[in-house]
Write a protein that binds this ligand. Structure first.
Ligand SMILES: Nc1ncnc2c1ncn2[C@@H]1O[C@H](COP(=O)(O)OP(=O)(O)OP(=O)(O)O)[C@@H](O)[C@H]1O
Ligand SMILES: [Mg+2]
Length: 455
C-alpha cells in the first residue's frame, strides 16, 4: 500500500523559543514542519505548500498579524485547519479569529499536549475526508449517485454500513430521529442493491388509519368491503422485484403488527377478502424514530416482529453528532434552493455559517434544509448575514419553551453547573475546561453565553 503523504504543518511565531519548542514537540515521522517568524514569510510559504495545519500567533511583527493570516488563508484554502495562539487577555480576538475561520485557539503558555491533540484531530479529519471521498467514488462507480451529503466521521460510518448491507437482501430497521435522513438512507440501500431497477415503495404506516392498513398493504378483492368496487393490489405486491419501505413501523395496531408478522414469516399474504395465498418478492426496509425497545417492554410493540425487522439495525446519527457536515449541507441547500426559486446563487457569511455550526441542533437535517430554503427566499442580499438568522434557538423545541420543571431544564441546570466547575478547576482557561468537559471550545463558548457564565 502507498504510504500516506505526510501532514504539513506551518508554525508562524516570532518568539523563537516557542516556535522551536512547538516544532520539536510536534515533529514525527508523518508530520512535516515549516517555520516562519512573521506573517509575510508565512503567507509565501503557505502559497507554495498549502499546509494542512497552520499554527499562528495572533500578535506578529510586520504588516500582517494573525487575524489577517486567518482571513487570507481561509479564503485561499478553507480546508486548512488554523489554530491560533493567544496571549493572556486576548480571548476576544481569538473568538474573532474563529469567526473568520480559525479552527481553535490555544492560550499561552502553550500546552504542547493540547496542540498535539489538535493536530491529531486535524490528521484524523484529513484521513476521514479522503476515506469518504473514495467511498463516494466507489459508490458512484457502481452507478449510484448518493444524495447523502457529509464528510463527518458519523456520516462516513453510516455510508459504509449502507454499502455493506445494500448488496444483500437482508431486512434493515433504520433507527433515527425525525428529519435525520432515514428515508434517504432507505433509498440509498435500495439504489445500491441489485434490486435498484425494481420499484422503491414507501408506505407511511403512521399516516394510515388502522381500518385501511390491511387493504393498503395487502390489497383487496372486489367486494371485500362496501367500497371495494374493484380489485386492488397492495403495496407488498407493488414492491415485487424491489424494496418495500415501512416507515413509522411502531404506529401500528396489535392487529396490523400480527398481519405484518405473518406476511414476513410466510413471505406471502392474502388480499383482503381473498383466499389465495400470494407470495411476494420484496426486500423489507423499515424505520422508526421511537425507542422501540421501550415500546416492546411496555407491550406496545411485538417483540417477534421486532426481531424480524431488526435483522440489521442501521442508526442514523442526529445532526448534532455531525456538525462538521453543516457547511457542506448548507452550501448544497443554498444552490439547490437558489436555482429552484430562481434566485441568484446565495452565500452565507462566515459568521452566519459559524453560528449555524455552533447552534445546538435540536432539529435535524430537515430543519436545516427548511431554514436555508426560507433564507434563500426572504433575504434580499446575496450574502446571508448573522443578523438574518432567526434569534438564537430557532430550532428550539416547544417542550423546552414550556415549563421550568421539565427534564430538559434539569439537564441544563446540571450542564451549567458542570461547566462552572470545570472552568473553576482550570482557572478559567477555556481550552482546558473544554477539554475536560470533552466538548469543543466553540461549544463551550456557546454554552457560556447561553447560560450567562462570565469569567
Ligand atoms: N445527509 C444528507 N444530505 C442531504 N440531505 C439530507 C441528508 N439527510 C437528510 N437529508 C434531507 O433532509 C430531509 C429529511 O430527510 P428524511 O426524510 O430522509 O428524514 P427522516 O428521518 O425520514 O424524517 P422523518 O422521521 O421525519 O420521516 C430530506 O429532504 C432529505 O433529503
Ligand atoms: Mg421519514
Amino acid at each position: 500500500m502507498k504510504k500516506a503523504a505526510p501532514i504539513k504543518v506551518l508554525i508562524i511565531e516570532d518568539e523563537t523559543n516557542i516556535r522551536r519548542g512547538l516544532a520539536k514537540g510536534l515533529a514525527s515521522q508523518d508530520i512535516r514542519i515549516d517555520e516562519a517568524e512573521e506573517g509575510q514569510r508565512g503567507i509565501s510559504l503557505f502559497e507554495s505548500e498549502r499546509h494542512d495545519i497552520v499554527i499562528t500567533d495572533l500578535k506578529l511583527p510586520g504588516e500582517l498579524d494573525g487575524l489577517d493570516l486567518v482571513r487570507l488563508m481561509n479564503k485561499k484554502a478553507p480546508e486548512t485547519m488554523i489554530i491560533v495562539i493567544t496571549a493572556h487577555g486576548s480571548v476576544e480576538t481569538a473568538v474573532e479569529a474563529m469567526r473568520h475561520g480559525a479552527f481553535d485557539f490555544i492560550p499561552k503558555p502553550v500546552d504542547l499536549n493540547l496542540i498535539r491533540q489538535q493536530v491529531r484531530k486535524a490528521v484524523e479529519r484529513k484521513r476521514l475526508v479522503a476515506e469518504n471521498r473514495s467511498l463516494k467514488k466507489q459508490l458512484a462507480a457502481s452507478g449510484w449517485n448518493s444524495d447523502i451529503i457529509g464528510v463527518s466521521e458519523a456520516t462516513t460510518r453510516m455510508l459504509k454500513e449502507i454499502q455493506q448491507v445494500a448488496d444483500t437482501d437482508v431486512t434493515v430497521l433504520i433507527h433515527g430521529e425525525s428529519g435525520s435522513g432515514k428515508e434517504l438512507a432507505a433509498q440509498a440501500i435500495h439504489g445500491l442493491s441489485r434490486r435498484s431497477e425494481g420499484p422503491f415503495v414507501p408506505v407511511n404506516l403512521g399516516a394510515l388509519p388502522d381500518t385501511l392498513m390491511e387493504s393498503e398493504l395487502f390489497g383487496h378483492e372486489k367486494g371485500a368491503f362496501t367500497d371495494a368496487k374493484i380489485q386492488k393490489t397492495g403495496r407488498f405486491e407493488e414492491a415485487n422485484g424491489g424494496s418495500l419501505f415501512l416507515d413509522e413501523i411502531t404506529e401500528t395496531s396489535a392487529k396490523s403488527q400480527l398481519d405484518l408478522l405473518r406476511a414476513l414469516e410466510e413471505r406471502s399474504f392474502r388480499r383482503l377478502g381473498g383466499s389465495k395465498l400470494i407470495s411476494f418478492d420484496a426486500r423489507i426496509l423499515s424505520a422508526t424514530n421511537k425507542d422501540i425497545e421501550r415500546l416492546i417492554q411496555e407491550g406496545k410493540f411485538r417483540e417477534d416482529l421486532y426481531y424480524r425487522l431488526n435483522v440489521v439495525p442501521l442508526r442514523i446519527p442526529p445532526l448534532r453528532e455531525r456538525s462538521e457536515d453543516i457547511p457542506l449541507l448548507v452550501e448544497n441547500f443554498l444552490s439547490v434552493f437558489s436555482s429552484l426559486h430562481q434566485r441568484p446563487q446565495k452565500k452565507v457569511s462566515k459568521s452566519a455559517m459559524n453560528q449555524l455550526i455552533v447552534d445546538p441542533w435540536n432539529g435535524n437535517i430537515r430543519e436545516l434544509k427548511n431554514l436555508i430554503e426560507r433564507l434563500v427566499v426572504t433575504v434580499a442580499n446575496k450574502e446571508i448575514q448573522l443578523e438574518d438568522l432567526p434569534p438564537r434557538k430557532f430550532v428550539q423545541k416547544e417542550s423546552e419553551i414550556q415549563s421550568e420543571s421539565t427534564l430538559s431544564s434539569a439537564v441544563e441546570a446540571a450542564e451549567k453547573e458542570a461547566i462552572i466547575r470545570a472552568l473553576k478547576i482550570c482557572r478559567f482557561n477555556r481550552t482546558q475546561a473544554a477539554n475536560q468537559l470533552q466538548i469543543s471550545v466553540r461549544s463551550l463558548h456557546y454554552k457560556m453565553s447561553r447560560y450567562n457564565i462570565r469569567d
